[in-house]
Design a protein around this ligand. Structure first.
Ligand SMILES: [Zn+2]
Ligand SMILES: [Zn+2]
Length: 103
């Protein structure tokens, strides 16, 4: 006679008590392949942190020149320039502010 009971002991040292922790941390994302990280166009040493708003060259966090660009309506937004563009008044409206006064 076949025994089809739910309480059939299968394996003495096998415990079926699994922790009910949330296992939603699945690490199987390979669709977004990141391209090779470019190096800073100024120092060529560090990874590009942000693109220059003027020439588009990638600059690292050290070489990036942070500027606050005014839009005319009272709003300003952050921008990053490469050292060359940061000193170019044609590119950076705040370039004059960077020059030492009375130089
Ligand atoms: Zn750099
Ligand atoms: Zn630039």
């Amino acid at each position: 006679m076949p025994r089809t009971g739910p309480g059939a002991p299968r394996g003495a040292g096998e415990s079926l008590q699994t922790p009910a922790a949330g296992s939603a941390a699945a690490t199987g994302k390979e669709s977004c392949v990141e391209p090779r990280k470019a190096t800073c166009g100024t120092c060529s040493l560090k990874i590009v942190f942000a693109p220059c708003l003027g020439c588009g060259a990638g600059v690292c966090e050290t070489c990036a020149q942070f500027e606050l660009i005014g839009s005319g309506c009272g709003c300003v937004w952050p921008a990053y320039y490469c050292p060359a563009c940061a000193r170019d008044p044609h590119v950076n409206p705040n370039a004059a502010l960077r020059d030492p006064p009375g130089g």
